[in-house]
Design a protein around this ligand. Structure first.
Ligand SMILES: *Cc1c(COP(=O)(O)O)cnc(C)c1O
Length: 474
């Protein structure tokens, strides 16, 4: 018996046990007995796993069970925290194939299935946007990296690749972006070496969208300071409140100024698939690029992100660099994805997106998004009607932010109470929710990711917060 054979039989046995266990686990997430999370202080968790690391006698299945039981459970209906997908079982299984095959994808020879699948999925998405045959896209490791890649492309195009060879010795480049942009945009700008001046924040209006009326003034005053604005990043939707910027108006502005429009649709770009909600990204066909995370609204295991370009040629400019040992041919070959991605070796992340798209279909995926957007609206209405809470803004997506109203307390103590109540709720095991700060106030923040979460879940959440608040006698 060869070693390979031994391994495959062991894999069969352990795999069956694991799948049975995970299937029971998924079922148990819907029962009230499993806590969403059991918070463990960081040092205790470290000590625990450090011990396990040297415990070679722990059997594989026990290790697996331990990992599951001590983790946070996103399939629990009470999970309304960070905007990470509730992974769909078909996507989970597809991920298992990706790990088994381990095709690297840096060159076509190492990824002939997944590279073709990436093109097919991206073509489907760019068609839905309304871009022409020149459009393209690929998968990359997260929205953060996709946004950085898009801005690098934009800079290359603007500078006609001059930057690649000369750096920024003689020019000051800058990006316009909402004050509500995800923090990764500022990070990207700083990584690009553009410094504080490289990020120009545009204030928002009361709906948490970029205030269009200020664009011209801010552009002019920045230009007067010698800044060359080469890109604009619009939110679809923003991270804190899930609000969509007016892409149509921003696109018009960008066209006038001849600057690259990148739409950060990591979270909300998925409405592209929904006839009911695609009005939220009206004007997207005028953008130059868009980021879309499958691992947020599209039920896909993390990481799984696409970066889409209106013009394929632009996507080859990002890294104006030849790697002769990888690519004998330096021309634009769509199937040599490593020429356009940060990653050299890249996982077959597209398998899970492709499988879900092929098995569930885009109509079903769109309907699940619509249901969660509807649920957010219903939840928001119930908050509005409730004298104990106040809504931050009408939700445009599946993110709902609200604050607890305290009878008598200054803002500082109100913020402290809110954070304390959030900790208590999360420790209780029935729910997991997060918080965000809007101006000076701490708000509770719910992302409704899970199709199993319903109004009943959310009413009990409000009740539990109310109970918790009573203890503070305020
Ligand atoms: C989640 C998110 C990001 C970051 O994406 P990752 O996949 O977590 O790297 C960027 N922008 C927005 C608007 C997001 O919602």
């Amino acid at each position: 018996m060869t070693l390979q054979h031994d391994q495959s039989e062991d894999f069969r046995l352990q795999g069956h046990l694991l799948i049975d266990y995970l299937a029971d686990y998924l079922k148990s997430c819907n029962s009230s007995t499993l806590p969403v999370t059991t918070p463990i202080p960081p040092d205790s968790s470290y000590n625990y796993w450090e011990n396990i690391l040297s415990n070679n006698s722990l059997p594989l299945q026990e290790l697996f069970r331990d990992i599951v039981s001590k983790s946070i459970h996103l399939h629990h209906p009470g999970y309304v925290g960070h905007q990470v997908a509730t992974s769909h079982p078909s996507g989970i299984l597809a991920d298992l194939i990706a790990s088994t095959l381990n095709n690297g994808m840096a060159v076509y020879e190492m990824g002939q299935v997944s590279i073709a699948m990436e093109k097919a999925i991206c073509a489907m998405l760019t068609n839905a946007i309304g871009w022409g045959a020149d459009a393209t896209g690929f998968f990359t490791s997260g929205g953060t990296l996709a946004n950085l890649t898009a801005l690098l492309s934009a800079r290359q195009i603007y500078s006609k690749s001059k930057y690649w060879y000369e750096g920024h010795a003689t020019s000051k480049y800058a990006v316009m972006v909402s004050t509500e942009a995800h923090y990764c945009i500022e990070r990207a700008v700083k990584i690009m070496g553009l410094g504080n001046e490289g990020i120009i924040h545009i204030p928002i209006n009361t709906d948490f969208k970029i205030d269009i009326s200020q664009l011209e003034n801010i552009y002019q005053s920045s230009s007067n300071k010698g800044l060359e604005i080469f890109a604009f990043v619009a939110n679809a939707g923003s991270t804190a409140t899930g609000s969509y910027d007016d892409i149509e108006a921003i696109a018009k502005f960008c066209k006038e100024k001849k600057i690259w429009l990148h739409v950060d649709g990591a979270h909300g770009g998925a409405v592209l698939l929904s006839a009911k909600h695609n009005h939220l990204i009206k004007g997207i066909d005028q953008a130059d690029s868009m980021t879309l995370d499958f691992h947020k609204l599209l039920q896909t295991p993390i990481l799984c992100t696409t970066l889409l370009y209106r013009n394929e040629e632009n996507s080859y400019e990002t890294f104006s660099q030849g790697a002769k040992y990888l690519y004998q041919d330096q021309s634009h070959e769509w199937y040599q994805l490593g020429k356009r991605t940060f990653e050299c070796t890249k996982p077959m992340m597209v398998l899970k997106a492709f499988t879900l798209m092929q098995q569930l279909g885009k109509e079903r995926l769109a309907r699940d998004i619509e249901d969660r957007y509807d649920l957010a609206k219903e939840f928001a209405e119930s908050i509005k009607a409730d004298p104990d809470f106040e809504l931050a803004t009408n939700p445009e997506s599946n993110i709902v932010c609200f604050k607890i109203l305290f009878d008598q307390s200054d803002i500082k103590s109100a913020n402290q109470y809110t954070q304390e109540i959030r900790r208590e709720i999360n420790a209780s095991g029935s729910f997991y929710l997060v918080q965000t700060q809007i101006k000076d106030t701490v708000y509770l923040r719910c992302s409704l990711m899970n199709v199993a979460t319903n109004m009943e879940t959310l009413s009990s959440l409000l009740d539990e917060i109310r109970e918790c608040k009573k203890k503070y006698k305020i």
